[in-house]
Design a protein around this ligand. Structure first.
Ligand code: HEC
Length: 119
């Protein structure tokens, strides 16, 4: 029983670590880029312009994304998962992508990897 418990704790901890340090590999970044710039998935490019990148959308509804490479992975994840909770907002134009199920865990992690390339 004790062994089972410590195994469970170990896997819960490694889950947390995974979220904290999402590997920034090229495939993941490319996947995040696709989601960011897709009308059917993130649609982020409809609302956000991106510093240093050419995006093919209006990008004019939300703030221009700048310096996200300095943000903590978890803060970025939480912002996309549910900006209301992450920011304590009552209203926002930005949908809570994770909470509503528009983006799943793996998709949000890919978007985070992409956002980490924004200076
Ligand atoms: C319908 C418009 C809209 C869409 C779509 C949208 N956002 Fe936003 N986003 C906003 C607005 C507006 C804010 C500012 C928070 C607020 O005032 O509501 C924001 C804030 C943010 C922030 C914080 C920026 C900062 O500098 O504080 C990040 C990061 C972000 N959005 C990423 C994304 C990503 C990634 C996607 C796609 C998965 C996305 N947004 C889709 C409107 C949008």
């Amino acid at each position: 029983m004790k062994l089972v418990k410590s195994l469970l704790t170990a896997s819960a901890l490694s889950g947390l670590l995974m979220t904290a340090s999402i590997a920034a590999d090229a495939d993941l970044i490319a996947k995040g880029d696709k989601i960011f710039n897709s009308k059917t998935k993130g649609n982020c490019f409809a609302c956000h312009d991106v510093n240093g990148k050419k995006i093919d959308g209006p990008g004019s509804f939300g703030p221009k994304l700048v310096g996200l490479s300095y943000w903590d992975d978890k803060l970025l994840y939480d912002t996309i998962y549910d900006i209301y909770t992450a920011r304590g907002l009552k209203i926002s134009a930005m949908p809570a992508f994770g909470k509503t199920g528009w983006l799943d865990d793996a998709e949000i992690k890919a978007v985070v990897a992409y956002l980490k390339t924004i200076n």
